[in-house]
Design a protein around this ligand. Structure first.
Ligand code: PLP
Length: 376
C-alpha cells in the first residue's frame, strides 16, 4: 500500500514542546495557567482588532457559550447556515432552542442574505424574532459580511461568526473571527492549526469575556465557599493544550501560505479541465486561508464524483464529501428551512481534496496522476 495522503493532518511548527515543557516544569497541568493566558494574548494580537479572546475546550463549546451569552432560551429560534458541519447547529439543540436553516449563495457558499431575511420574517410572523444568526465562513471563505451585518442591524439580531474553519482568512483586510457580535475558532486536529482539541471565543468587550470565562469554569460565585447562582460549564482550555497552541500560533501565517499554495496547485491542475470547478475567493474583498481546497464536479463530467473519490481511495489518498446540509440530516428533519436547493446541489456534486500544509511535492504528483488518469 502506498503511503497515505491525508485530507488535513496536524502540522507542528517545532516550538510546541517548549511550551508544553514550561507547563510541566511549572506544574501548570490544569485548565488554566500561563499558556492559556499566553494563547489568548497571541490571538488578540493576531486579530489586531478590539476583540477579547477566551480559550476554550472546543469550537463547539465556544458556540454553545455564545448562545448562552446571548440569552438564547428553550423554544427560541436561531438562524443557522445549512451547509456546514453539524457542530454549528448542535449547540442550538443543547439549549432546546429551534434552528431555522438557511440555504447558501453561489459566491461564498455561505448564508444567502435573501433567505436569511425570509427566515427572520418567518420568525417574526410566529411571534418569535430569531435570537441569533450563526454565519459560517465555510472552508475558509468569509460569508458576505456587509449584507449579513446589514440584516443583523436592520432587525437587531446578533451574529455569531462561526470562523472555526477560517483562522487566518480575511474580508476587506479584516480578520475572520472579528465580524460577529461573537466569533468562534476551532483548534481541532484537522483545522489549519491545532491544540489537539480546543477552541476560542472572540468577544467585543472585557466584561463579556469575564462572563464567558466565569461560565466556562463552573460559574463559581465570588464567595469563600462554593456558591452558584448560575449553571456553569467545564469548557476552559487545558494549559497543556494551550502550549501546543502557542507553538502553532508562531507558524499560522506560514500555514496559511502553504494551504494557499495547495490551492494554487489545484488551480493549475484544473485550469483547462471543463469538468471540475475549484471553489475560490469571489473577488478581491476576500482572502481565504483555503483550509480545504474543494471542487464541484460539473454535470458534463464523464466520471461521477463518487467514482473520482473511489479512484483516490484506491491510491490511498483521502478525500471527503462536502458537508451534508443540516436541513437534510435525519436529526433535523422537522426543522424549518428557507432558500432553494443550492446547498443540496453543492453537496451532491462536491468533494474536498487533500489540503494539508505538510503535503510534499511527491504527494502533489500522485494527486495529479490520479486526475490525469481520470480525465486524460
Ligand atoms: C470544526 C468545526 C466546528 C467545531 O469545532 P470543534 O473544535 O471541533 O468543536 C464548528 N463549526 C465548523 C464549521 C467546524 O468546521
Amino acid at each position: 500500500m502506498k503511503e497515505k495522503i491525508w485530507l488535513s493532518s496536524p502540522h507542528m511548527g517545532g516550538r510546541e514542546m517548549k511550551y508544553i515543557k514550561d507547563a510541566f516544569d511549572e506544574n501548570w497541568i490544569a485548565p488554566l495557567g500561563p499558556n492559556v493566558n499566553g494563547l489568548e494574548n497571541d490571538l488578540e494580537k493576531f486579530f489586531d482588532q478590539d476583540v477579547h479572546v477566551a480559550a476554550l475546550s472546543s469550537g463547539t463549546a465556544a458556540l454553545h457559550l455564545s448562545l448562552i451569552l446571548l440569552g438564547v432560551e428553550p423554544g427560541d429560534y436561531v438562524i443557522c447556515q445549512s451547509l456546514t458541519f453539524s457542530a454549528s447547529a448542535n449547540p442550538i439543540a443543547y439549549i432546546g432552542a429551534k434552528p431555522i436553516f438557511v440555504d447558501s449563495e453561489k459566491d461564498t457558499w455561505n448564508l444567502c442574505p435573501d433567505a436569511v431575511e425570509e427566515a427572520i420574517k418567518f420568525g417574526i410572523s410566529e411571534g418569535k424574532k430569531p435570537k441569533a444568526i450563526i454565519a459560517v465562513a465555510l472552508y475558509g471563505i468569509s460569508y458576505k459580511v456587509d449584507e449579513i451585518t446589514a440584516l443583523s442591524k436592520k432587525y437587531d439580531i446578533p451574529v455569531i461568526e462561526d470562523a472555526a474553519e477560517a483562522l487566518g482568512s480575511m474580508y476587506k483586510n479584516q480578520k475572520c473571527g472579528t465580524f460577529g457580535d461573537l466569533g468562534v475558532i476551532s483548534f481541532n486536529g484537522n483545522k489549519i492549526i491545532t491544540t489537539s482539541g480546543g477552541g476560542a471565543l472572540t468577544l467585543r468587550d472585557k466584561a463579556f469575556k469575564k462572563k464567558a470565562v466565569f461560565l466556562s469554569t463552573q460559574a463559581k460565585d465570588d464567595a469563600p465557599h462554593y456558591e452558584h447562582t448560575t449553571i456553569g460549564y467545564n469548557y476552559r482550555m487545558s494549559n497543556v493544550c494551550a502550549g501546543i497552541g502557542r507553538g502553532q500560533m508562531e507558524v499560522l501565517e506560514e500555514r496559511v501560505a502553504q494551504r494557499r499554495a495547495n490551492h494554487d496547485f489545484y488551480e493549475k491542475l484544473f485550469k483547462d479541465n471543463p469538468h471540475v470547478s475549484l471553489h475560490k475567493e469571489p473577488n478581491e474583498d476576500y482572502f481565504a486561508n483555503y483550509w480545504l481546497s474543494v471542487v464541484q464536479i460539473n454535470p458534463s463530467s464523464p466520471v461521477s464524483v463518487e467514482d473520482i473519490m473511489e479512484r483516490f481511495q484506491a491510491e490511498n489518498i483521502e478525500t471527503r464529501p462536502i458537508w451534508k446540509p443540516m436541513h437534510l440530516q435525519p436529526v433535523f428533519q422537522d426543522e424549518a428551512y428557507f432558500g432553494s436547493d443550492l446547498a443540496e446541489k453543492l453537496f451532491n456534486n462536491g468533494m474536498c481534496l487533500p489540503s494539508a500544509s505538510n503535503m510534499t511535492d511527491n504527494d502533489r504528483k500522485r494527486i495529479a496522476e490520479v486526475i490525469q488518469e481520470i480525465f486524460g
